[in-house]
Design a binder for this molecule. Sequence first.
Ligand code: AMP
Length: 303
Amino acid sequence: MSILVVGSVALDSVKTPFGEKSDILGGSATYFSYSASFFMPPGKINLVAVVGNDFPEEHLELLKSKKINLKGLQILEGQTFRWSGCYEGDMNEAKTLTTCLNVFETFKPEIPDSYRNTEYVFLANIDPDLQMDVLSQIKKPKLVAADSMNLWIKIKKQSFIKLLSKIDILVINDGEARIFTEQSSLIKAGKIILDRGPKYIVIKKGEHGSLLFSKKGVFSAPAYPLEKISDPTGAGDTFAGGFFGYLAKLNKTPNESNLRKAIIYGSVMASFNVEDFSLERMKRLTYKEIRNRYKKFKEITSF
Ligand code: AMP
């Protein structure tokens, strides 16, 4: 089995109460693929994105070292997508300072022939029309999940609604779910989105955990309790990488039980990612640490 991910590969500038870093590796597809790579055999993650010719070689080497396929990564003349944001007080929500689309502005995802049979498809946060375009290029996906963000939900609501009817799982955060459904109750929001088509909805609530909605009901998981969060950037995408990577590794039709485990793996991966800036903590991470934190998660939620 293999995973295809389409999304952003970026250079981020981030300020948190614990420091300030410029032009560090970021992007939704970057965080997702790096996180999912812990669950997949080598060479089974197909990345689709675009960067400019200013993108540092060392970042490409890092992704290659995790055996992530970069055949679908376009390197175009121009500057890489740049995002800058800061966190003050509430570490759950980034305040976006600037977004420079650069080569991302005219990005037209091209799916290499060797990617077209990918079974597990993750449409990370990009324009919903592009997400649909990518999906139409995949022959027979077994499982399709998607993420989105406020911007697209606001300016491309109809495309987003169309996308919902074509995917199995939607992974979004609480603020986005509220904006889309115009409901303050997340339970109501989850149900409304389920009615739009996806079989499962995952609503991420930052340090307050996540909710899984299905026709059978709701599962609620806490976030792993951490004393210090250095940089929350990429937590959502890292969560999605662990969640989807675990499901792809199982390679079975997801059921309630394995979706719940996938949520916990997602939470474990996100909890590591926020311990340092960019992918610094993920670079030092071992599968043994993931297993140990998964076990601890069980202990702290059992009663
Ligand atoms: P999150 O997991 O939600 O914290 O996502 C963080 C990543 O999203 C950062 O590394 C940014 O580079 C990336 N990002 C921010 N804005 C956008 C956007 N409009 N489109 C795609 N990616 C973005």
